[in-house]
Design a protein around this ligand. Structure first.
Ligand code: PSU
Ligand code: MN
Length: 306
């Protein structure tokens, strides 16, 4: 059994030489988008990162081996495989020891990225405190991982399938700063605004890289959330999105959906109810986050080598 992580040569070399690397999660590939759009998205996002001068490292567990950086064939395999586990922290040891294949969430990806020494991670949306969590206790592991892992997660905020107000409170308790990129508002994934404010607004990747440097060189442990609004050309009508979310939440409650299934269930219902028009927005916001994450990684790498 291989309990070491396998870092792709190119990624390893970049890390050794202090070159910028951007981690990518794989749950959005195997559980977030349909095949073959997911393969196209996963490959394009890597190309975008390269064009920006950084090295992409998609993270997943393939047949029990933790991989940092996937080949095109491995992406294809993960994207089309059946019975892929959704892997947060509590699933890693099981999937590795059983030789299974798993796609990592924000929590799983952050953890493995930190083991490999990667500081910047691009994704779509983070998990958070679910609506009704005061009864269900459903709070994503993503928030705990952000509390202790030294990583910058670039996302488009979080979907309002969650309680965004409580998610911000929880992040505050854990000492995780939420930075709005060129905005004062927390974006809500498909929409550029949510009605909630971020902690601080920053307008350039350099400012964010300086904040990362300040935080970690002071020994302040934990992650940073960079909330990057979906490009205006792709943002969606908030009434339509909110109606879809309300109806998905109602159905999940009626069906008694629980645990790990809650988020994928809500996401797929919302997708269905918006008749697939949300897929293009979803893909475009991931590209947008990959661009910003690369710029941050490039800037952070240059601070480290000066
Ligand atoms: N939110 C999205 N899209 C996603 C996810 C969340 O808009 O694909 C995925 C991410 O991988 C995230 C995970 O880390 O769901 C959170 O799952 P849970 O709520 O079960 O912790
Ligand atoms: Mn949960």
């Amino acid at each position: 059994m291989n309990t070491k992580i396998e870092i792709q040569k190119e990624v390893e070399l970049a890390l050794k030489n202090g070159k910028p690397v951007v981690a990518l999660e794989s749950t959005i590939i195997s559980h977030g988008m349909p095949y073959p759009d997911n393969v196209k998205m996963a490959k394009n996002v890597e190309d975008i990162i390269r064009q920006k001068g950084a090295i992409p490292a998609t993270i997943a567990i393939l047949n029990g081996v933790i991989k940092v950086g996937l080949s095109a064939d491995e992406i294809e395999m993960l994207a089309s495989a059946k019975n892929v586990f959704k892997v947060g922290k509590r699933d890693i040891a099981y999937v590795v020891s059983q030789g299974k294949t798993g796609a990592t969430t924000v929590s799983g990806t952050s953890l493995i990225a930190e083991m490999a020494g990667i500081k910047v991670f691009a994704t779509g949306g983070i998990g958070g405190v679910h609506r009704g969590a005061q009864e269900t206790f459903d709070i994503s592991r993503d928030l705990e991982e952000l509390a202790t892992t030294n990583i910058t997660v670039v996302c488009a905020g979080a979907k309002s399938i969650l309680d965004l107000g409580l998610t911000l409170e929880y992040l505050e308790t854990k000492g995780v700063e939420v930075i709005g990129y060129q905005t004062h508002q927390l974006p809500a994934f498909y929409t550029r605004t949510s009605g909630f404010n971020v902690n601080y607004r920053m307008d350039t990747p350099e400012e964010i890289a300086k904040l990362m440097h300040a935080k970690w060189s002071l020994g302040l442990e934990g992650g940073i959330v960079v909330a990057n609004p979906i490009p205006e050309a792709y943002d969606m009508d908030s009434t339509i999105i909110n109606q879809a979310i309300e109806s998905a939440l109602k159905e999940a409650k009626e069906l008694g959906i629980k645990g790990q299934e809650v988020t994928p269930f809500l996401l797929s219902k919302v997708k269905h109810l918006t008749e697939g028009s949300s897929l293009d927005s979803n893909i475009q916001l991931v590209y947008n986050n990959a661009r910003l994450a690369s710029e941050i990684a490039v800037s952070y790498a240059s601070i480290q080598t000066h």
